[in-house]
Design a protein. Sequence first.
Length: 351
Amino acid sequence: MNDKNRNKILLGTLAGEQTKRPAFWFMRQAGRYLPEYRELRAKAGGFLDLVYNPERASEVTIQPIRRFGMDAAILFSDILVIPQALGQDLRFETGEGPKLNPISGIEDLKKLSIDQIDEALNPVYETVRLTRSKLSAEGFNEITLIGFAGSPWTVACYMVEGGGSKTFEKTKIWAYQKPDEFQKLIDLLVEATIHYLSKQIEAGAESLQLFDSWSGVLDADNFDRWVVQPTAKIVGTIKQKYPYVPVIGFPREAGDKSIKYAQKTGISAIGLDFSMSPEWARDHLQPLLPVQGNLDPVALLSGGTALEKSANHILETLGKKPFIFNLGHGVIKETPPENLAKLCEIIRNFK
């Protein structure tokens, strides 16, 4: 860890240090549950209009830090800016989530190109620069700025399905039937993701997270090829170029395959989804590297005794070794902000 960042508790944890208390931040901590976000979103228009407006996107990134003082701010953006930058049509439809014109084979791949992605993604890099500047100007000198991207398998799922899915059958069929052809899509996404994350680091990101939201739909062999191997290429290249920038991997619903992910990808810490037993993570993952997670967002939504019991159980189980408190998925939009305030208090008071 760079000496100038010694006072940042998140970076200390990611370096394997036992800190005075667990570091914490929350996935989707900047978002619709906050009234200040909803006010800004109403002015911005569509979701992508907000993502590509550096001034407003940087404000959204910092809003939860001002209110709650987490140990990290995570860039406000979306994992699907990569396929859009490569040339795939992307739109967000109210109540339905992201929609893309699906790709299904080599001819569709030929229409995608990495050559012009910075033209599309420069606003995101500017958001990172502005956020770092604002954090410093507002005295948040102990806050780590996290950049992120979707992992190649998860981004490929959206690109092939044309949106979300419960089974991702189209993507898996392509990967099963024509693996060498599907590999070309994964290789393109690996290259684009390395470039995108490198630019975020150069703009001021101090740590990174890779979201592999759909890693859990793969069997062990395909998990190795489409999740572990691409992640290892990304992390290896980033660490070679930027050795002081740690990478958190989040292989959602990977179960016991998380062990191989932790061992083989080179990540600095592993994120846990809320279905994983904290005791299992303590016994099988924490001996390997710091872990991050994994409160059920519904426990946070519920508040009260359920929140306190769940949070304390995780803290008592995982908090004795390098650990980052987070959710096992993102903050639910109906969550009362006072529940987050209570959770922050519980974490800060843990000893």
